[in-house]
Design a protein around this ligand. Structure first.
Ligand SMILES: Cc1cc2nc3c(=O)[nH]c(=O)nc-3n(C[C@H](O)[C@H](O)[C@H](O)COP(=O)(O)OP(=O)(O)OC[C@H]3O[C@@H](n4cnc5c(N)ncnc54)[C@H](O)[C@@H]3O)c2cc1C
Ligand code: FES
Ligand code: FES
Length: 488
């Protein structure tokens, strides 16, 4: 068993191969820390994960034990989370003799005008430039990947207000593979920095309020802390928490980082279920599941942007208890179960029983979501419909997950998860009951549409009216039917 970390007042972060000391209050984000250290390439545009002007690269562990350069929004990430970690900013890409190929291509193809967004684009592009699978994707180039395998969606979290995106795409698609002596590429072959056991204690200089950031190295240690201090704020990818800090001025006297706990990471497969570690990020799940849970394969690319998915965890999406998270409708359709763990042990709860009210759940103080179980076998017909104002990088107005099996032309099982139409995500129980045992025909679907439209209690808000949400539910089943028929 590892010993608890020694309390310190500073964090040590390797930025562009130089160690910098972070000695600010624990709520400080990585962007403010870097800019305070004189590294001003990363910019603040929105401070809520929407624009990518603050993007940096961090060295993250890959599934095979090597390192993956991963782009993240530094405006959301607590600086203390970088203790013992390695970071590259746009300043660190060029060397004394030459600019980096990404910088070169962006410059010569006119991909930068005012330049405010450019360092963020550079970091997202560089992370994609170093993506190990890019060479294989070049062979299978499709409408997402350029002829060089560059996935254009890697830039989905970066906004540019003045250049226009075509020159930026031209630059991305013109990139070759890293050269033999490229030290950033070589760094990938070694393991990522370990998740140092961290305990930073420091008062806010403005208010005098004490603040503490702890990153235990084992689940047992984390549960001990939670049991002793139930008011401690659990933080995983901080993509929700970072917005609270920046936009709403939220502060936590004590933060408990759980995103690197080995017990909460990885994917485990048994004969009966696939278990997803709660602290696995959406990007890791996308990569490592590789379409083996097709419904999640449809959901994840529609979840936020690459920058957000690189940090956001699946457990964090359920930890918020939000009625508009994208994972719950899909996971409800998959009849997922949550593993909730405390010092007293673990219990398994059906996701359908997890949400009890607006942002309220059965999770007790002292409990963590440690894993999400997807029972096997998987239904053959699945879909994820996300209705939002923008196709990518937007929060859902309504989200619907389907998992249906049909035998001999009759619906044998139907599971439908809904988000955005009530105070909690919910199952469309009445529609499921109506479908099961009915012939899988357009007539059945039309007959069930009104039942589906009446599920939930949609509300008017700034995203959509109740009427619109009901209309989306009404048309959803027909859309699912059409998708399935088209795919036959
Ligand atoms: C620009 C932007 C776009 C977004 N787009 C989407 C989107 O398209 N779809 C969507 O659903 N969401 C979206 N989100 C919201 C957010 O990214 C997700 O909810 C994400 O999954 C949160 O995960 P996290 O690890 O960052 O959580 P954190 O911010 O670290 O934590 C969120 C909450 O969950 C709790 N928590 C975290 N992990 C656990 C655990 N293991 N056990 C118990 N409690 C836990 C924390 O205490 C906290 O209350 C977006 C956010 C931003 C900023
Ligand atoms: S400043 Fe806009 S995403 Fe961070
Ligand atoms: S170059 Fe001005 S915002 Fe992109």
């Amino acid at each position: 068993m590892s010993a608890p970390a020694t309390q310190r007042s500073t964090a040590q972060v390797s930025v562009n191969s130089t160690v910098h000391e972070f000695d600010g209050p624990p709520h400080t984000n990585a962007l403010d820390f870097l800019r305070g250290a004189g590294l001003t390439a990363a910019k603040e545009g929105c401070a809520e994960g929407e624009c990518g002007a603050c993007a940096i690269m961090v060295a993250r562990p890959d599934a095979d034990g090597t390192t993956r350069w991963t782009s993240v929004n530094s405006c959301l990430l607590p600086a203390a989370a970088l203790d013992g970690q390695e970071v590259i900013t746009a300043e660190g890409l060029a060397d004394a003799e030459s600019v980096h190929p990404v910088q070169e291509e962006l410059a010569v193809r006119g991909g930068s005008q005012c330049g405010y967004c450019t360092p963020g684009f550079i970091c997202s592009m560089a992370a994609e430039y170093y993506r190990p699978e890019r060479a294989e994707d070049a062979i299978a180039a499709d409408h997402h990947c350029g002829p060089n395998g560059f996935d254009i969606h890697s830039l989905s979290g970066n906004l540019c207000r003045c250049t226009g995106y075509r020159p930026i795409r031209d630059a991305a698609y013109a990139l070759g593979q890293p050269e033999a002596g490229d030290t950033i590429a070589q760094r990938r072959q070694k393991p990522a920095p370990t998740s140092a056991s961290t305990d930073i204690h420091r008062a806010d200089t403005a208010t005098g309020e004490p603040g503490r950031y702890r990153r235990p190295s084992t689940l047992a240690e984390a549960l001990d802390i939670l049991a002793a201090e139930p008011e401690t704020l659990v933080v995983a990818g901080a993509t929700d928490w970072g917005v609270e800090v920046n936009i709403k001025g939220a502060r936590a006297k004590s933060m408990l980082a759980i995103d690197r706990l080995p017990e909460l990471r990885g994917i485990r497969r048994t004969e009966d279920y696939i278990e997803l570690g709660a602290a696995h990020t959406l990007s890791e799940l996308e990569r490592e599941l590789a379409g083996s849970i097709p419904l999640l394969g449809k959901l994840i690319p529609q979840f936020a942007s690459r920058l957000i998915r690189n940090a956001a965890t699946i457990g964090g999406n359920l930890g918020t208890g939000s009625p508009i998270g994208d994972a719950p409708p899909a996971l409800l359709a998959l009849e997922a179960q949550l593993v909730l763990t405390s010092l007293q042990g673990s219990r398994v709860v059906d996701l359908a029983e997890y949400f009890t009210g607006y942002r309220q759940t059965v999770r007790a103080a002292g409990e963590l979501i440690t894993a999400i179980r997807i029972p096997l076998p998987l239904a053959p017909m699945t879909s994820f419909q996300k209705i939002a104002k923008r196709r990518f990088d937007d929060i859902s107005s309504v989200a619907i997950g389907y998992a249906v099996s049909v035998e001999d032309g009759v619906v044998a099982k139907a599971r439908i998860g809904l988000g955005g139409v009530a105070a909690t995500p919910l199952r469309a129980d009445a529609t499921e009951a109506l479908l099961e045992g009915s012939a899988w025909t357009l007539e059945t679907v039309h007959g069930a549409a009104e039942t589906l439209a009446a599920e939930g209690t949609p509300m008017d808000d700034h995203r959509a009216s109740a009427k619109y949400r009901t209309a989306m539910l009404r048309s959803s089943l027909e859309r699912f039917y059409a998708e399935q028929e088209a795919g036959r």
